[in-house]
Design a protein around this ligand. Structure first.
Ligand SMILES: C[S@@+](CC[C@H](N)C(=O)[O-])C[C@H]1O[C@@H](n2cnc3c(N)ncnc32)[C@H](O)[C@@H]1O
Length: 360
């Protein structure tokens, strides 16, 4: 059942510390990867010291090197922590025996953990980059492909998952429409992502925050290349338009840095701080190549952003959306769940209603 409730400001802690315990790793068990891939997908592109995907080069603007993979795995833990551990909010039982697709699987961490948690399922992770490990659970495999091209005609899934893909998907309506066509009746889709721009806990600081200004410029740049970093607020409408029913949406807040009270907020804050500061320089192409700013101007902007984040005087948080929906079990099934959701997820970019996580 949907659980949105209006956001209230997070409570600030008077003694925040950034510390250095903000990194984590994952491990997987099991057998060798099952998918064979041609060597051309390893002909990576290199620019300004970063490594980029080779399959349909240029399609995705962020790197795929070790630094980025570490950031993705860190982000994986933030997503999990912020909903108290699970990999999804959709009602998927432990003994789930479905065929699962993970769209834009990245390092494959979600796909591998889902496969481990649900040994009766089979999980396929698809990505432009073959950056997943060689040794993965026996029920997990990976494929290199562009998820926005036509999907394999007769391939059907029970559960489709997509996380942190606003930087990759150009048309969410098309994606949802393909997902609907490739889900079995009653099948589930879940999408999770952050909403931009980042928010000041004290709204009066919005106009002075360099990080908010940086976010707004990034929004403008991504819009120019056909991406929508505010897609989360449109998902419900788009999912329903694609034929899904029972759309459930839940918002959580990620503090940026350890400024918010309570243990869970502090851990998420430290991880989010590492995520954003670590990911800062890789957004350079959006500022220089897309917005046409000089290297010097971008250096200056990044420096100011780093100082603001490090100082922790402006308390920032990121709104994050978790959304799942179901393909009707039979043709013409009446939409359900709307009564329960009434008023919970107002749409429209000006009306994001994040749910503040309960403090622990
Ligand atoms: C920010 S990462 C998210 C990775 C993963 N979903 C996670 O949450 O850990 C985005 C991933 O999507 C992949 N990607 C972007 N556009 C894609 C496309 N059109 N088809 C397949 N993968 C894509 C990128 O290569 C990258 O690995």
């Amino acid at each position: 059942m949907a659980t949105d409730r209006p956001a209230s400001p997070l409570e600030s802690d008077s003694t925040p510390s950034l510390g250095d315990d903000n990194r984590s790793t994952h491990s997987s068990s099991g057998s060798k990867r099952t998918q064979s891939i041609t060597s051309s997908v390893y002909d990576y592109q290199f620019k300004d010291g970063r490594r980029y995907h080779a399959y349909e080069p240029g399609l995705y603007m962020l790197p795929n090197d070790d630094t980025e993979q570490d950031r993705l795995d860190l982000q994986h833990h933030i997503f999990r922590l912020s909903i108290d551990g699970p990999l999804h909010i959709a009602p998927i039982p432990k003994d789930y025996a479905g065929h699962v697709l993970d769209i834009g699987t990245g390092t494959g961490i979600w796909a591998m953990e889902f496969a481990d948690d649900h040994p009766a399922s089979t999980v396929l992770g698809v990505d432009l980059s073959p950056i997943q490990p060689d040794f993965v659970p026996a029920n997990c495999s990976f494929r290199v492909d562009n998820i926005e091209s036509d999907w394999i005609a007769d391939e059907k899934f029970d559960f489709i998952h997509s996380r942190a893909m606003v930087g990759g998907i150009k048309s969410w309506p098309n994606l949802f429409s393909q997902a609907h066509a490739h889900l079995k009746p009653g099948g589930i889709i879940e999408v999770q992502d952050v909403y931009f721009p980042t928010v000041c806990n004290d709204p009066s600081q919005t106009s002075t925050s360099v990080f908010v200004a940086y976010n707004n410029l990034l929004l403008e740049a991504t819009k120019r290349v056909g991406l929508d970093f505010q897609a989360t607020t449109k998902w419900k409408t788009q999912l329903e338009a694609a034929g899904f029913v029972d759309v459930h949406t839940r918002w959580v807040n990620w503090p940026v840095g350890p400024w918010a009270k309570h243990k869970k907020n502090k851990i998420i804050g430290k991880f989010t701080y590492a995520d954003f500061t670590g990911g800062l320089t890789m957004t350079r192409p959006f500022f220089q190549n897309v917005l046409g700013k000089s290297k010097e101007d971008v250096d200056e902007l990044f420096e100011k952003v780093k100082v603001e984040l490090e100082e922790q005087k402006i308390h920032l948080f990121q709104k994050v959306c978790f959304c799942w929906a179901r393909k009707p079990r039979v043709d013409g099934e009446v939409v359900g769940g709307q009564e329960a959701e009434k008023g919970e997820n107002e749409r429209g970019e000006e009306k994001v209603v994040p749910k503040e996580e309960e403090n622990v």
